[in-house]
Design a protein around this ligand. Structure first.
Ligand SMILES: O=c1ccn([C@@H]2O[C@H](COP(=O)(O)O)[C@@H](O)[C@H]2O)c(=O)[nH]1
Length: 297
């Protein structure tokens, strides 16, 4: 089954459009995991990251559509961190969760082919279901990813309108009256046009931030065949009302990511008093329920 159709099936099966972001950070790990790290070696932290993420995966499996490990936090630990990333991806897939690896990769076409093979190809050591990709090297840099998606029924999410305040410097720039983000969306629509699955969606998804609700509505209309990954919910200020326009009339077409507000829920004021440090996974569970409830339109 194509990635787009698998994502639709996951949303329907779980009744959830939540994507749990796996962004482990040393300083914010719950005390039971942080305090068990002996020394300061990358190996010790990598083991802690794997345990932290895998325990979260076990709590949210079957209750959310997908997870999004953020490669940056694993890369910070060097080779040991990359091994941990591989273990987390494998664990999530074994738990039945779709995995969006957030790496924002790309390069010139010949190198993009290597990135596409690395993360999504038949022989990929990562075996991720999908990958976030930057569009700024142009059409020929995206084509290798689309080809690999065709071969392995994988997916990509192309940055269109990112959630950060500074993204507009380039993305909102206009040429011949069209914004750069709209030009990227046009290219994505073209790639998907011959690849739409039963769900009505193709393998080339997009990223549009919850922090830009007007542009999200605009992009939903311009991107009829593209799953939209919506980051920026929770810690960055986006709320349920901001993401509503990202969905189609069936409640499909978008998944909403939250990282810090779910995985570090034990430190949020509304959960802190209710759950002690030892119950950090109960806080993750409660935050997941809360987000699912908020996004049941
Ligand atoms: O436009 C974008 C693209 C990616 N991200 C990533 O999503 C998560 C958000 O984490 P929160 O803790 O929920 O803020 C993080 O991995 C970002 O790198 C994004 O925020 N915006």
């Amino acid at each position: 089954m194509s990635f787009a159709d698998r994502l639709a099936a996951a949303v329907k099966a779980t009744g959830s459009v939540t994507c749990v972001g796996l962004d482990p950070r040393k300083a914010q790990l719950p005390a039971p995991i942080r305090d068990a790290v002996s020394g300061d070696s990358p190996d010790a932290w990598a083991a802690a990251y794997t345990q932290f993420c895998n325990e979260i995966i076990d709590v949210v499996a079957g209750r959310v559509a997908c997870v999004k490990p953020q490669a940056a936090f694993f890369e910070q630990l060097g080779p040991a961190g990359m091994v941990a990333l591989g273990e987390v991806i494998a664990h999530a897939r074994q738990a039945g969760l779709l995995v969006i690896t957030d790496g924002k990769r790309n390069d010139i076409g010949s190198t993009a082919t290597a990135y596409a093979d690395a993360y999504l190809g038949q022989q990929s050591p990562w075996g991720s279901d999908s990958l976030t990709v930057s569009p700024y090297l142009g059409r020929d840099s995206l084509e290798p990813f689309v080809e690999v998606c065709d071969q392995r029924e994988a997916g990509i999410f192309v940055l269109v309108k990112t959630s950060n305040p500074g993204g507009g410097l380039l993305q909102d720039r206009k040429t011949d009256g069209q914004t750069v983000y709209s030009a990227v969306a046009e290219l994505v629509t073209e790639f998907n046009s011959t690849r739409l699955g039963q769900s009505g969606y193709g393998p080339v998804g997009t990223v549009v931030g919850a922090t830009y609700p007007e542009q999200l509505a605009e992009m939903r209309a311009e991107l009829p065949g593209s799953w939209i990954l919506i980051p920026g919910f929770g810690a960055q200020g986006g709320g349920a009302a901001d993401v509503q326009a990202g969905f189609d009339e069936r409640g499909l077409g978008a998944v909403v990511n939250s990282s810090r507000h779910i995985i570090f829920a034990h430190a949020r004021p509304e959960f802190k008093d209710k759950f002690g440090d030892a119950q950090w996974l109960d806080a993750v569970s409660a935050a997941t329920d809360d987000m699912n409830a908020q996004l049941r339109f």
